[in-house]
Design a protein. Sequence first.
Lengths: 108, 120
Amino acid sequence: DIQMTQSPSSLSASVGDRVTITCRASQGISNYLAWYQQKPGKVPTLLIYAASTLQSGVPSRFSGSGSGTDFTLTISSLQPEDVATYYCQKYNGAFTWTFGQGTKVEIK
Amino acid sequence: QVQLVESGGGVVQPGKSLRLSCAASGFNFNNYGIHWVRQAPGKGLEWVAVIWPDGSNKDYADSVKGRFTISRDNSKNTLTLQMNSLTAEDTAVYHCVRDSMLVGHHFDHWGQGTLVIVSS
């Protein structure tokens, strides 16, 4: 199975900071990567799919990039409402999926 | 709007069975694959199972293979997860999740989830 390593596991940043979260696959996965946001006590919501396509309604301060094995979620200017845990997810093919371990983002 | 409403969670003893259901509305259920994704208390997300639109293809995470069975009734817009031989490690909130059916098969709508607690 392809393994996904997400880093960091947590981070604390100030409002307005640029925040970067990475997700690394153990082998190339094309761009079949999505990012989800889970606010405290809430259900996960889709932020980005196909590595870089912003889901409708998601603020433009969120962006995704990467292909192959290395992917990045960037928040260009962190806002208080962005406090959440962020998960990457890949489609392995053959009807199986894997989530990264999650990155908890807090405000400093 | 798209709605996925899970039910059937509760407290169950180790080794016993439980059946979860998901009622879908607001979209053409027949056209979408549907997943179960779970989240243990304080832990991350774990993909559990998928069933394709016509029910022809199903697959499971290794952690539940042979114990859980996913099924669907397209005439009633419902999804079911039959869980047998439950262990404490199955304690989690179980979400019914819609597959986008786009390249990459990301998950575009999530239900609120139903809590399963396996405890004696």
